[in-house]
Design a protein around this ligand. Structure first.
Ligand code: PGA
Length: 253
């Protein structure tokens, strides 16, 4: 059975002390609740806090992910962080191709593909984001956009490599806007993505791939989103910045 994953993307938020308080709050919430045994919680803090967050818990509580990685191996790339560095700190996951990185830092599908390759080379699971902007949705082009992102970003992988990948569908118009995709809209695209994986790698691989939803997911709407057969969890932005809200979502399965 494929894993349910609830991943918190803190983005560029929190000072060190605030981040420490948040992760300690998440630990407190975790001790009070029983998570479904198939649910994996992942926390993705900013780079400087990775070690602090990792030091809090063993893998039975949560795993730790980065929000970005360089597409290069090593060397003169000022300000960048490599997959080898993440691996040396035992980081388990890394978000790639988030719409904010695509929009503000010109991350193309080709760059996404190279980042995924770097992560897989070092045994880190990529959480690869895809999703259309509002104009694309309004023009009915969401399927074409997502197909291009998945095909160009991921379909160069072998089936074995693809087995390490987590996908996050995040309609850009729903990110940080308070406007969530309806459960029907989410299910429709998630089923479409799984269909693409079936075509490329076969049913067995597709059935094992976790496809997360992201975009204004909250404790109040997580249950109905996660109730869909092809929605295997969430990538959570705003609501991951409050321990109770984040854990409210993680316990929605
Ligand atoms: P949001 O962000 O939950 O604040 O909409 C989700 C994301 O960007 O991953």
């Amino acid at each position: 059975m494929r894993k349910h994953i609830v991943a918190g993307n803190w983005k560029m938020n929190k000072t060190f002390q605030e981040a420490d308080d948040l992760v300690s709050g998440i630990m407190d919430e975790m001790e009070k609740t029983t998570l479904d045994s198939n649910t994996q919680v992942v926390i993705c803090p900013p780079f400087p806090y990775l070690e602090m967050v990792s030091d809090y818990g063993d893998d039975s509580y949560f795993m730790v992910g980065a929000q970005n990685v360089s597409d290069q191996e090593s060397g003169a790339y000022t300000g960048e962080v490599s997959a080898a560095m993440l691996e040396s700190m035992d980081i388990d996951y890394c978000i790639v191709g988030h719409s904010e990185r695509r929009a503000y830092y010109h991350e193309t599908d080709e760059i996404v593909a190279r980042k995924v390759d770097q992560l897989l080379k070092y045994g880190i699971k990529p959480i690869v984001c895809c999703g259309e902007v509002l104009e694309e949705r309004e023009a009915g082009r969401q399927f074409d956009v997502v197909k291009r992102q998945i095909t160009d970003g991921l379909f160069h992988l072998t089936a074995e490599q693809f087995g390490e990948v987590v996908i996050a569908y995040e309609p850009v118009w729903a990110i940080g806007t308070g406007k969530t995709a309806t459960p029907e809209q989410a299910q429709e695209i998630h089923a479409f993505i799984r269909g693409l994986i079936v075509e490329k790698y076969g049913k067995e691989v597709a059935d094992e791939t976790s496809i997360l939803y992201g975009g204004s997911c909250k404790p109040g709407n997580a249950k109905e989103l996660f109730a869909n057969p092809d929605v295997d969890g969430g990538l959570i932005g705003g609501a991951s910045l409050k321990a109770e809200d984040f854990m409210g979502i993680a316990t929605a399965f």
